[in-house]
Structure formats: C-alpha cells, structure tokens
Design a binder for this molecule. Structure first.
Ligand code: AMP
Ligand code: TRP
Length: 330
C-alpha cells in the first residue's frame, strides 16, 4: 500500500478550492492507501495569527476535514505541533536546503511582499514542509497546483540527504489533479481562490450559509461576450464551469452544450444551487461535530499517537545517520 500524506493550514475558513483541489481526493485516497493528513499549525505561525484565533481555527479545520469525510478510523489525522518530530527534522533539513533555492520559492516571494515582519520562519517554510513529508516516508502527496514547487524542493532535499548520508528518505511524488487543481477567485479570475484574497466575496467557504453562496455567485465577475464556454480567453466563465462540473459530476463539454444560447444569469443561478447542494451535507455534519469539541480533541489525540510512532522511528534514524551522539540509556 502506498503511503499518502498531505497537510492543510488551520488559518482562515477552508474554501471550495481546498475541497476541489485537495480534500475531496484525500477522502477517496483513504480507502485505497495508507493515508496521513494533518493540520499545519506550525506553518500557520509564519502568518502571525492571534493565539486564540489559531487555537480555535485549528479545531474548526479538524471539524471541517472530518465533515468532508476524512475518517479517523480509516486515516491518520492529527495536528502537526502535537508531534514534535516535525520541528526537529526541519532543523536538520534546514542545513541541506540552500539559501538560494529558498529565495526562489514563489510563495515566499508573494507572501513576504505582503508582510511587515518577514520572519525567518516564512523563509524556511518549505523546509518544514519537506520535513512533514519525509518524516513519514511518503510516496505520494495529493495537493493543489500551488504546492508543486514545494514538492520539487522536498525531492531535492531528500536526494541531497540520501546522497550524503545514505538511503534514508523515500522520494515523494506530487499528485496534482487534472481538473480543479487551481480554482480561481470569483472576483478576480486571474488569482487563485484563497483565504487571504482581497475581497472575501471571491471565496466560497465550505461551510458558508446558502444565502452567502447565492450572493457570491451572483456578483461573480464574468468575461466579455455572452458565450458559455471554457476557453482560455474566458477565464471567469471557465472557472464557473469547472466548479459546476465538479459540483454536478457533468463533464464541461456537456455543460457547454446545455448552456448554448443561454445567458450568464442562467449559469449563475444554477451554479449557486448546485454548489449549495454539493456542500450541504458537509455543512450539516460540521455543525454536529462542532457541538462536541471534546470528541474532536480525542480523535486528534489518537491520530497524533499513530503519527508519532512512525515519526519517532524515522527521526531516530536521521539523528544517527547525521552523527548526533545518542543520549545514553538511563
Ligand atoms: P491551504 O489551505 O493553503 O493549506 O491548502 C490546502 C490544500 O488546498 C493544498 O493542497 C492546496 O494546494 C489546495 N488549494 C489551495 N487553494 C486552492 C485553489 N484555489 N484551488 C485548488 N486547490 C487549492
Ligand atoms: N504548504 C501547504 C499549503 O499551504 C501545507 C503543507 C504543509 C503541506 N506541510 C505539508 C502539504 C506537507 C502537503 C504535505 O497548502
């Protein structure tokens, strides 16, 4: 069985881009492979969240993941900071990642342009991500398109480590879906949908109430002309058709044929209702789960225990290989 692993940020509300590009694939993977999913609260520190907000949103994202269908009985689900080996391996690997290659990371360039205090943690963010992945001898990492460069760096670091200290790490493959790996902002179809978008109207959250979804779809920007086709010169309509296709399970060419001669208003009306129905069961399950936060914490603790078993073993091997003097057994 392949080892599959992926992480998700606890900050902000999770949106339909996260669901379409990543989470829905994880739900499928957990029945096929040996799956590890975690909430990257250590990574979240690079964006300087408030402590209360971080604590609360970590729990909420756990509930969202479970509501989407991640089942702690069928996968290992935990909070990154509960397994201290992530941070420890990141320190070791930070000596194998080059300053120059980290400087070229596009996420670093984007995010550092938007921050007042650009912390060293933001710069070494991809090293912690490499540690997350390598610590579990991961074969496959299902992510959206924006993570491709981080995965390449992970492979480079693993290769360098193996070359210098002997075969230790598995080289992970990125698994990026063909459709929906980059859902765009409804207010700006040239930017990916994201929590940090300038206009919250452009982001449909997984647990948005139906009326919010109707409003966001209604005011979504469109392209010039009136044709409903997923063409490169129609990025807004192509994005709406992609979301519609995922939400209804109908291929894009079918949708194009069905909307021939119809207007943007028709598409938007149908899209809003399709998305509402698509997300409804998740939202309902989320409300139920959030009524019992104690149970969420319990499930996360079980997950941390399972994850740490693997992580501790791999970290011990790494410490030995790099020559850290073992602590004498008492
Ligand atoms: P994040 O919320 O940034 O931790 O992202 C969690 C997962 O969702 C990652 O695998 C991302 O690549 C994916 N993702 C984030 N934004 C989008 C988007 N707009 N379209 C598709 N996938 C996305
Ligand atoms: N950087 C990823 C994101 O923003 C989150 C992440 C952290 C991750 N560690 C990971 C994803 C390990 C996959 C594997 O979405």
């Amino acid at each position: 069985m392949a080892r599959v692993l992926s992480g998700i940020q606890p900050t902000g509300d999770k949106h339909i881009g996260n669901y379409i590009g990543a989470i829905r694939h994880w739900v499928v993977d957990q029945d096929v492979d040996d799956c590890f999913f975690f909430i990257v609260d250590l990574h979240a520190l690079t964006a300087h969240p408030g402590p209360a907000e971080l604590r609360e949103s970590t729990l909420r994202v756990a509930a969202v993941l479970m509501a989407c269908g991640l089942d702690p009985d069928r996968c290992t689900l935990w909070v990154q900071s509960h397994v201290h080996e992530h941070a420890e391996l990141a320190w070791v690997l930070s000596n194998l990642a080059a300053f120059g290659e980290l400087s070229r990371m596009t996420q670093f360039k984007d995010k550092s342009a938007r921050q007042q205090l650009v912390g060293a943690g933001l710069f070494t963010y991809p090293v912690l991500q490499a540690a997350d992945i390598l610590l579990y001898r991961t074969d496959r990492v299902p992510v959206g398109e924006d993570q491709r460069q981080h995965l390449e760096l992970t492979r480079d670091v693993a290769q360098r480590f193996n070359g210098r200290f002997g075969e230790t790490f598995v080289l992970p493959e990125a698994a990026i879906p063909k459709v929906g790996a980059r859902i765009m902002d409804l207010q700006d179809p040239t930017a990916k949908m994201s929590t940090s978008a300038e206009s919250p109207q452009g982001t449909i959250n997984i647990v948005d109430p139906p009326d919010d979804i109707r409003k966001k779809v209604r005011v979504a920007v469109t392209d010039s002309g009136r044709e409903i086709v997923a063409r490169e010169d129609k990025p807004a309509i192509a994005n709406l058709l992609t979301i519609m296709s995922v939400a209804t399970g109908r291929p894009i060419p079918d949708l194009e044929a069905a909307y021939e001669g119809k207007g943007y208003g028709d598409l938007k009306g149908d899209l809003a209702e399709a998305v509402i129905e698509y997300l409804r069961p998740i939202r309902e399950r989320y409300e139920e789960l959030m009524a019992d936060p104690e149970e969420i914490s319990r499930l996360l603790e079980v997950g941390a225990g399972k994850a740490q078993k693997v992580a501790a073993e791999v970290l011990a091997e790494v410490y030995e290989r790099v020559g850290l003097l073992p602590r004498r057994q008492a």
